[in-house]
Write a protein that binds this ligand. Sequence first.
Ligand code: PMP
Length: 407
Amino acid sequence: MKFENKYSETVKRIKSNLIRELLKTAGDKDIISFGGGIPDPETFPIKKMSEIANEVIMNEYRVSLQYGSTEGDPELIKQYIRLMEEYEGIHGLTEENLMVTTGSQQALFIVGTVFLDEDSYCAVSKPIYLGAGSAFNQRNPKYISIPLEKDGMNIDYLENELKKLDENGEIDKFKFVYTVSNFHNPAGTTLSLEKRKRLIELAEKYDFIIIEDDPYGALRFEGEKQPSIFKLNNGERVVLLNTFSKVLSPGLRIGVIVANKELIRKMVLAKQGMDLCSSTLTQRIAARFIEKYDLFEEIKPTIELYRAKKDKFMEALEKYLGDIEGVDWIRPEGGLFSWITLPEGFDTMELFEIAKRKKVIYIPGETFYVDEPERNTMRVSFCLPSFEELDEGVKRLREAIDEYAKE
Ligand code: PMP
């Protein structure tokens, strides 16, 4: 049978995930990979988690093995409200302000479903988190791509774009700004306090919503913690997306949306048609985990490990790439990523083939754009390679760069 004429326009628009393709071709174990943006499995609290999982199945099976509500496990929501108070200083939330999702990836999909139509506008960073692009693309919106600077989105640029939309009488179609506020994926940047405040001012002036995606905020290894945009705005027009993926385990597939209760009600309706409810089993495991253990104490050693790896990585970048004119990279204060910009004229997709031969890989930056890509960029993650590999990997990257420059 020929299936082509059966497909929806939406699915025809979906391109294959380049990251997966690239990483697949480079599965060789001699390869040093700066590609994967995933936590080190050795950091998972295996013993504690398996004890809790056992208890949750044996003693709470009536809930943990049953369907649950679309809004999420009330025990998890109760514990999460406590975490938000203790660690984020966000007070006054009730269960009506929260919804549990199947990872924040589902939250992004729900955001697309709830806010975007084909003629809607939304502003995203340039580069953008790939998964957000995939989720929003399904609604086929019009993107306004805002360049990222070292302290986050260029707010002047955003303001200018909003002014233009206003002048053209289209500002009503502008729905939201999507931002990864801390330790951006892929760019490693953090939105400064001043820019957070300016973003809220613009949101009030032009009446839009802010989607604050914050999977990495708890993984700060240096610098001063910034209040979330959600907190700064008292949650009025900010939808905060959090996840357990980077602080406990991505295998749980648990995200949490925190927002105005009217928005949560709409999001619950959207989620009902997607999966009825998120896994009741992993929600209850997460609830009991954060009830019994101090999550932020638990992840301290992980953060310390990432900090040390980041330092080693920055040292290697300086040592091997420091003398190349026009090269630059982000020094992240937390999270898993840095972003390297090579001199104009480099194409990191072409460089990838040479690098692979030299047995080092990264993610070419062009994957992270919803419009015209900057081809001389790459995402590099420092959390998985060993200390020796971090040094050796950047050395190999330099060799690849030299070879590319010669060609
Ligand atoms: N947002 C960002 C910025 C991410 O980096 C990720 C994970 N890579 C997600 C959302 C999705 O995370 P999860 O679905 O595992 O919660």
